[in-house]
Design a protein around this ligand. Structure first.
Ligand code: HMG
Length: 391
């Protein structure tokens, strides 16, 4: 292993769902002042999966362009992070591996720690590449966020997958040492195995997130990390985009800075645009923030970006990355914008139908209606097995 080996994100691609429920539609249904959604939590729409979409179909759609561009020849590991898993035993990444026709000489595993799982996957991938820099790791973060109807969390639902190719000598972003870490045993948000929807103490979860920001930053500073002023932008986990603003203000205050709203917006504004339209994508959210930043910002070459990943329960990590020269030629800006703009708006009744939909559990043959126009679909449940197919 060479001392000057750089490892990081070589490619990034995201996918989301067929449908979108706008907050204007939700507000018209439940009588909420739209200002609470648009300004109060900073959300405009939430991605809603079609009946034949789930974390696997979104993940395959996000990863396919990466495998197409780079081939699977050097990808020996797929790490799939999710907290909306479709099976208690089999890793969802094996379905993706199969849909994308990847070589059998691949290790595939699924990781979970609420929204933090994608960052764990990225950090573990970096460790694997330090062991053998000729290999690449496909990291996938894919989630569907679902709360009960009429729960305060309902307006923060969403769904998306981000796929990242992690490699030596990356084309987009070098990930730096050290990381600042924080864990606290807290029940701010959780989902018991028998529930399809999450449980949350909304206001406690915000406090827990802010404590984790301070804790992860403290450790980052103690580990000899960069000074706050060295970062040009910050990507936060975004359960709703206003949470990133709360978190960044908290970090600035924690570091003894006066709150200057222009500075806050400069630091995080561009990272929130995709999340505002997609909603909470749990493990994918912080990397949707990175995609939005890289896709929209003026040239960031050589600039440092800070990341704060938070997963309820809770685990947080702060780390930095440096943007690589030439990164702009490798971006997928048009595809990313299309993924958001191609979604079909649905009315409240259709949303409710999809929200309440559940599959039979009798082990019979149950074809799933054709709804998605995305590249992969859940075709059927048969003998308790999920059958996926290219569309
Ligand atoms: P709520 O309690 O209904 O809303 O739900 P609220 O009354 O707190 O209002 C929200 C904001 O809108 C407030 O602003 C209001 O003032 C403002 P703030 O005081 O926060 O700055 N507001 C308005 N603004 C303009 N015009 C108006 C108006 N009305 C009110 N007319 C809550 C909010 C976040 C609690 C809820 O959405 C919820 O429970 N969400 C789910 C939990 C969550 O997202 N927690 C975030 C931290 S935990 C986390 O990030 C982890 C997570 O992603 C899971 C994981 O790790 O896996 C969730």
């Amino acid at each position: 292993m060479s001392a000057d080996l750089t490892v990081g994100i070589h490619d990034i691609s995201f996918a989301t769902t067929q449908f979108v429920l706008t907050h204007a539609t939700l507000a018209a249904h439940n009588g909420t002042d739209i200002g609470k959604y648009h300004t109060g939590i900073g959300q405009r729409g939430m991605s809603v999966p079609a009946a034949d979409e789930d974390i696997v179909t979104m993940a395959a759609a996000a990863a396919a362009p990466i495998v197409e561009r780079h081939s699977a020849d050097r990808i020996r590991t797929i790490v799939f992070a999710t907290e909306s898993s479709v099976d208690q035993a089999k890793a969802a990444g094996i379905h993706v591996h199969s849909l994308l026709g990847m070589p059998s000489a691949t290790r595939v595993v699924e990781l979970k720690q609420a929204c933090y799982g994608g960052t764990a996957a990225l950090q573990f991938a970096i460790g694997l590449i330090h062991r053998d820099p000729s290999q690449q790791v496909l990291v996938i973060a894919s989630d569907v966020s679902k709360y009960d109807l009429d729960d305060p969390g309902e307006a923060t639902q969403g769904a998306a997958a981000v796929a990242m190719l992690v490699s030596a000598d990356p084309a987009l972003l070098r990930i730096e040492e050290p990381s600042g870490l924080f864990t606290a045993d807290i029940m701010d948000f959780w989902r018991p195995n028998y529930r399809a929807t999450a449980l949350v103490d909304g206001h406690e979860s915000i406090t827990a997130y802010l404590e984790a920001v301070a804790g992860a930053w403290k450790d980052y500073a103690e580990q000899g990390g960069r000074a706050l002023d060295e970062f040009s932008a910050f990507c936060y986990h975004q359960p709703f985009t206003k949470m990133a603003y709360k978190a960044h203000r908290h970090l600035l205050q924690n570091c003894g800075h006066e709150i200057d709203e222009e500075r806050v917006t400069r630091g995080i504004g561009l990272t929130t645009t995709y999340n505002a339209d997609v909603g909470n994508s749990y493990t994918a959210s912080v990397y949707l923030g990175l995609a939005a930043l890289l896709d929209q910002a003026d040239d960031l070459t050589g600039r440092a970006i800070g990341f704060l990943s938070y997963g309820s329960g809770s685990v947080a990590e702060f780390f930095g990355g440096t943007v690589v020269p030439g990164y702009r030629e490798r971006l997928r800006t048009t595809t990313h914008r299309d993924a958001i703009s191609r979604r079909q708006p649905i009315d409240y009744a259709r949303y409710r139908e999809l929200h309440e939909h559940s599959f039979p559990v009798d082990g019979g043959d149950h074809p799933v209606p054709r709804e998605t126009t995305g590249p992969y679909r859940l075709a059927a449940l048969s003998g308790h097995k999920r059958i996926y197919e290219p569309r």
